[in-house]
Design a protein around this ligand. Structure first.
Ligand code: GAR
Length: 208
């Protein structure tokens, strides 16, 4: 039985595309059953539609406040009965009860807890770090503060600008997202304090 994932997006959708690519193999064990956004007319929604995945748009501006928007989002998520919600470039904070009801992971283009927020790549570059990366974490009620599920390091190279560095991060981030979401849903995970312990990798994932 495929595990059900809803992906929330706000932008380009390259992480979504990577997940959808993996889901094409039944052995991956995961199906993206829906894609939601806080804005219309973004490339990520076209990526979803091109794969025949149902989409919805729930703009915060259509609601009188954050609570009403979160309620509307919950009503959108409910019919999909997701096993996991994946934030893939979704630039909004979710109310705590949503991420309690549906386990939710976020992919962030930095090595948490460094450089939280919306401008992680620019912030890392401006700080002058030589190594940055991507983090997949379980969303809690903070900004990029939840328990880390997996991370990958990516070097900053001489002459990098935000675009070139983000491009390099994304290519590592796609692999991390696909491998980690698959493993979480096939093998399970548990949380001990701040540590997330993934179930055993299946043999094909163990490096030779
Ligand atoms: C990704 O790099 C993701 O980590 C980042 O937005 C990008 C979305 O790219 N998310 C954040 O910065 C969240 N704080 P995509 O739309 O091509 O997947």
């Amino acid at each position: 039985m495929q595990k059900r994932v809803v992906v929330l997006v706000s932008g380009t959708g390259t992480n979504l595309a990577a997940l959808l690519g993996a889901c094409a193999d039944p052995a991956y064990g995961v199906c993206v059953v829906g894609v939601g956004s806080d804005r219309s007319a973004i490339p990520a929604l076209e990526v979803a539609s091109a794969h025949g995945v149902p989409t919805f748009v729930e703009p915060p501006g259509d609601h009188p406040g954050r609570d009403a928007w979160n309620d509307a989002l919950a009503a959108r998520l409910e019919p999909f009965a997701p096993d996991l919600v994946v934030l893939a470039g979704f630039m909004r904070l979710l109310r705590a009860d949503l991420v309690t009801r549906w386990p939710t992971v976020n992919t962030h283009p930095a090595l948490c807890p460094a450089f939280p927020g919306m401008h992680a790549v620019a912030d890392a570059l401006a700080y002058g770090v030589k190594l940055t990366g991507a983090t997949l974490f379980l969303v809690d009620d903070g900004v990029d503060t939840g328990p880390v599920v997996a991370q990958v390091a990516v070097p900053v190279v001489e002459g990098d600008d935000v675009s070139s560095l983000h491009h390099r991060i994304k290519s590592a981030e796609h692999d991390l997202l696909v491998a980690t979401v698959g493993r979480m849903l096939r093998a399970g995970y548990r949380i001990e304090g701040r540590r997330v312990i993934l179930g055993a990798a299946d043999p094909r994932e163990v490096p030779a």
